[in-house]
Design a protein around this ligand. Structure first.
Ligand code: TNX
Length: 767
C-alpha cells in the first residue's frame, strides 16, 4: 500500500513536472491551472464563433491559418463536431482590453476576451504550445485554465531601417516575432541621416534621392568615407505607401500598432540631400554613407516657415498611412551650431522672445505638436524634447538613462522607458569576444530580465504616467536579417516578460527553462539567436586587507572552472565553489562549462598583484571622476589591475593630472614603484605624457626617485596598457607620491581633437 502510494506520488510529481514544462509560455501568464488530459486538434475539430463579428472573424482566421500552416489541417467552421474551439468576445472584468481566458478540456477549447486583442493573445499562447513548423505529429494541447493580461500597455520594439534598409519581408518577420511574444508597439525608425525610407507622394525626391547612398557596406560604419559627387548611389531602398498600408494591416491583425518615426529637427541629412533648401546653409549635399562625416547639414532650418509647411505635408501623408495614436517626431541629438550661425534661426529666436537654441528646438516641437494634435493624434519624442520646455501634451521616450522619463512623469506627461541600459539591443549581449561587432555596451539577457520599468523615484501618483518600455535596435552595425534576429533573440523575450507578467512572478531560473522550447522554435525556423551569456564575472573583494574573489555566471546550473597559473581553463580545471583567496600575484582565468563543454569563447581574465602598498590609503590632489571610481578611493592599492574594459578597475580623471599620495602607515624599505596606465583611442583615453615618482619619510620633504616618459604614440588605436616605473637603490619611505601628467587635449586628427583627454590608472605597485 505504502509502495503504491509512493508510486502514485511519484507519478503525480512527474506528471505535474511534465505538465508545467509543457506549458512553457513566454511571457509567463498571470494564472495557470493545469488539469489532467489533453485536447487534440484534428479534422474532427470545428471552430465555433459568431461570424457576424468582423474582428472575431479576423482573429479566427489568424488561428485557422496558423493551424493549417503547421499541420495542413483545414479546420471546419461553425459545424457541430465531436470537439470544438470556441471563440467569444464578451465582457469580462479585471482582464482589460488585451487580456484573455483560455480553457482547454479534452473536448473543447474556449477562448474568451473583451476584444480581438485578447483573442489573438490566447491564440499566441496556444501556438507556443504547438510545434512551430509543418509537422505530421499529433497537435496535442494539455488541459489547462489560463487567465492572462498584461502589466503595461506599451510593449515596444524599435527598428532602425535608415542606417541599413530591411525589406518588407524582414519587417513582417520582425512583426511575427514580436507578436509571438505579445509585444504590441512596433516603433519604425523611418528617417535618419543615412536614408529616408518612406514614400511621400508630394516630395518624390525624399526617396528618389534621400533613400540611396554610395555603398560602403563592406566597411565598418565609422570608417566609411563620405560620398563624392560622381559616385553611384546604389545602396538603399524605401517602402512604398502601398507596402506600408499592407504592413500596417499585417501588424494590426497581430495586435501590433506601428508608431512611425519621422525624425526632426536633426538627423535629417537624407531629407536635405533631397531638398537642400530645408537646411540653414541650403547647400547641396549627398546622403551620408556612415558615421564619419564633416561639413554636412543634419538639421532643418528652424527659422524658415517653408520647413514647417514641408513637415506638415509630410506628416499629413504619414498620418493617412498610420492609424497609430502616437506619431514619433524624434528630437534627439540636435547639434545646435548651425542654428547659432543662421540669420533666419537667430531672427526667429528674437521674434519669438526665445532665450537660446534649446528654446528654439522647443518652439519647433511645439509647432509640430499643435499640428499633430489638430489631427487628433499625440506627439512622442526622445527625451531631448524636454530641453527648453516640453510641448504641452508630448509623450517622452527616455533613452539617456531614466532621468528624462522621471522628469517627464513628474511633469505629468506620459513616458515610455527605453534607457540605454538595458534597452539598447544594439549593444553586446555577451563576449564581446566571438560576437558580431556591435556599437559597444553590454546588455545581457539577465540585465534585460532584471529590468524594472517603474523607477523608484516615482511616487504612486506619477507612476501611472509610465506607459511601459521598449527595446531599440539601431542598425549602424547591423546589416542583415540574420543579424537583426541575433540582436533581438532572445533579449526580446526577457523584455516581453518584464512588460507583460506580474512583477513578483519574475523568476530567472524558471524563465530559462521556459526559454528552451523557444530555442527549439528558433532552430526549427532557422532564426539566429544568442544562446546565452557565457561570460564569468570575476568580482574581487577586499576584507581586512585580505583579497578574495567570487566568480559568477548568468547561466543557471553552469559550472565555472578556473586556473591561477596562466593556462586556459578546461573541463578538467578546478571547479569553483567558494570565494578564492588571493595570497600572491597571479592571473586568474575562468570559464563556463555546460554539458561538459567550455562555452566561453574566451575565458574571463583578471590579474592580481600583491605588493607593499596593498590596502593603504590614497589621497588625491584632483578628484577622480565619479564615473570611474573602480572599487572606490583606494582602488589604486587593492591589488586588482585594470582590464581592457574601461569600466573594469580603472581610475579615470578628465583633463587634470593624476597626482596621488599613498601612506604606507609605517616606514618601509622599497626599491621599485610602478603604475599601469591605459590608452584607448576610441574612448578618448590617452597615456600620461610622463609619470614622476617621489618618496618621503615625513610627508613633508619629498625626494624624486624617478621619472618615466611616455614613448608610445598617441595615434595608436589598439587598446594599450603601459607600465610606468622607477627602480632605485633601496630607500626608506612611508609616503609615496606620483604625478601622472595628463595629455590634456585629444590629439590632432582624433574625433575629439582639442577636447579634454582622459587619463586612466589602475594600480600603484610598490616593492
Ligand atoms: C543614439 S537613441 C541615437 C541613435 C543612434 C544610437 C546608437 C537616439 C535617440 N539616438 O541615432 O543610432 O544612439 O546606439
Amino acid at each position: 500500500m505504502k509502495k503504491l502510494f509512493l508510486i502514485t506520488l511519484l507519478f503525480l510529481i512527474n506528471h505535474t513536472i511534465f505538465s508545467q514544462e509543457s506549458i512553457a509560455i513566454i511571457p509567463k501568464p498571470v494564472s495557470v491551472v493545469m488539469h489532467n488530459g489533453n485536447f487534440v486538434i484534428d479534422a474532427k475539430t470545428s471552430i465555433l464563433y459568431d461570424f457576424h463579428n468582423k474582428e472575431l472573424s479576423n482573429a479566427v482566421q489568424f488561428f485557422s491559418s496558423s493551424i493549417k500552416e503547421i499541420s495542413g489541417i483545414e479546420l471546419r467552421k461553425n459545424l457541430h463536431q465531436e470537439k470544438s474551439v470556441n471563440f467569444q468576445i464578451k465582457q469580462i472584468p479585471n482582464i482589460g482590453k488585451e487580456g484573455y481566458q483560455l480553457q482547454i478540456t479534452p473536448t473543447s477549447i474556449t477562448i474568451t476576451a473583451n476584444s480581438k486583442a485578447g483573442i489573438v493573445y490566447a491564440v499566441q499562447s496556444i501556438l507556443q504550445l504547438l510545434p512551430g513548423v509543418r509537422t505530421n505529429a499529433i497537435l496535442k494541447l494539455p488541459c489547462v485554465t489560463i487567465e492572462d493580461y498584461p502589466r503595461f500597455e506599451w510593449r515596444g520594439m524599435h527598428l532602425d531601417v535608415s542606417r541599413h534598409f530591411f525589406s518588407p519581408e524582414i519587417i513582417k518577420e520582425y512583426i511575427n516575432l514580436m507578436a509571438r511574444y505579445k509585444m504590441n508597439v512596433f516603433h519604425w525608425h523611418l528617417v535618419d541621416d543615412q536614408g529616408w525610407r518612406i514614400e511621400i507622394k508630394k516630395y518624390p525626391k525624399l526617396t528618389s534621392v534621400g533613400a540611396w547612398r554610395v555603398d560602403y557596406t563592406n566597411l565598418v560604419w565609422g570608417n566609411r568615407p563620405q560620398a563624392k559627387p560622381n559616385d553611384d548611389a546604389t545602396y538603399g531602398g524605401y517602402y512604398t505607401q502601398y507596402q506600408i498600408k499592407e504592413i500596417v494591416a499585417y501588424a494590426a491583425e497581430r495586435n501590433i500598432t506601428i508608431v512611425p518615426e519621422i525624425e526632426m529637427p536633426g538627423h535629417v541629412a537624407s531629407a536635405i540631400a533631397a531638398y537642400p533648401e530645408l537646411s540653414c546653409s541650403q547647400k547641396f549635399q549627398l546622403p551620408l554613407t556612415g558615421g564619419n562625416y564633416t561639413n554636412i547639414s543634419s538639421n532643418y532650418c528652424a527659422g524658415n516657415d517653408s520647413v514647417f509647411t514641408f513637415l506638415q505635408n509630410v506628416l499629413t501623408e504619414v498620418m493617412q498611412l498610420f492609424p497609430s495614436k502616437y506619431i514619433h517626431v524624434g528630437g534627439d541629438e540636435v547639434d545646435k551650431t548651425p542654428w547659432k550661425n543662421c540669420v533666419k534661426c537667430q531672427n526667429r529666436i528674437k521674434q519669438e522672445g526665445l532665450k537660446n537654441e534649446e528654446e528654439l528646438q522647443s518652439y519647433f516641437m511645439k509647432i509640430i505638436e499643435k499640428f499633430i494634435i489638430s489631427k487628433n493624434r499625440k506627439m512622442i519624442g526622445w527625451d531631448e524634447i524636454l530641453e527648453g520646455g516640453l510641448a504641452p501634451e508630448a509623450t517622452v521616450m527616455s533613452w539617456r538613462g531614466e532621468a528624462g522619463g522621471i522628469e517627464a512623469a513628474k511633469q505629468k506627461h506620459n513616458v515610455v522607458m527605453t534607457p540605454g541600459t538595458p534597452c539598447y539591443f544594439d549593444h553586446y549581449q555577451t563576449g564581446p569576444e566571438g560576437e558580431p561587432l556591435a556599437i559597444g555596451g553590454m546588455n545581457t539577457l539577465k540585465t534585460v530580465y532584471d529590468y524594472e520599468p517603474i523607477p523608484k523615484e516615482l511616487n504612486d501618483e506619477n507612476k501611472k504616467y509610465v506607459l511601459g518600455a521598449q527595446a531599440n535596435l539601431w542598425t549602424e552595425f547591423v546589416t542583415t536579417a540574420e543579424h537583426v534576429e541575433y540582436m533581438v533573440l532572445p533579449r526580446m523575450l526577457a523584455l516581453s516578460e518584464v512588460l507583460w507578467s506580474k512583477k513578483d512572478a519574475k523568476d530567472w531560473i524558471d524563465f530559462n527553462k521556459r526559454l528552451q522550447p523557444s530555442f527549439k522554435y528558433f532552430d526549427e525556423k532557422g532564426f539566429h539567436y544568442s544562446k546565452g551569456n557565457f561570460n564569468v564575472e570575476i568580482k574581487p573583494t577586499s576584507i581586512n586587507n585580505k583579497l578574495s574573489v567570487t566568480l559568477t555566471s548568468e547561466i543557471p546550473n553552469a559550472i565555472i572552472v578556473y586556473t591561477t597559473n596562466g593556462t586556459e581553463p578546461n573541463t578538467l580545471s578546478n571547479v569553483y565553489t567558494n570565494p578564492i583567496e588571493i595570497n600572491a600575484s597571479l592571473t586568474l582565468k575562468a570559464a563556463v562549462v555546460v554539458n561538459n563543454k567550455v562555452m566561453s569563447v574566451k575565458p574571463a581574465e583578471q590579474k592580481f598583484v600583491i605588493h607593499k602598498a596593498i590596502g593603504k590609503n590614497v589621497t588625491y590632489q584632483y578628484s577622480i571622476s565619479k564615473y570611474y571610481m573602480a572599487n572606490g578611493n583606494n582602488s589604486l592599492t587593492d591589488g586588482v589591475t585594470g582590464t581592457f574594459a574601461v569600466n573594469k578597475y580603472w581610475h579615470g580623471i578628465n583633463e587634470k593630472d593624476l597626482i596621488a599620495t599613498i601612506d604606507l602607515a609605517e616606514i618601509k624599505s622599497i626599491t621599485n614603484i610602478s603604475i599601469n596606465c591605459l590608452q584607448k583611442y576610441a574612448d578618448w583615453i590617452f597615456l600620461p605624457t610622463s609619470v614622476q615618482f617621489e618618496i618621503s619619510t615625513d610627508g613633508i620633504n619629498y625626494t624624486t626617485v624617478g621619472k618615466d616618459v611616455n614613448n608610445i604614440s598617441t595615434s595608436i588605436k589598439e587598446p594599450t596598457i603601459k607600465t610606468f616605473s622607477a627602480t632605485f637603490n633601496q630607500a626608506n619611505a612611508r609616503y609615496i607620491r606620483f604625478s601622472a601628467y595628463n595629455l590634456k587635449e585629444c590629439p590632432k586628427g582624433h574625433p575629439g581633437e582639442g577636447k579634454p583627454a582622459w587619463l586612466f590608472a589602475d594600480e600603484i605597485i610598490v616593492n
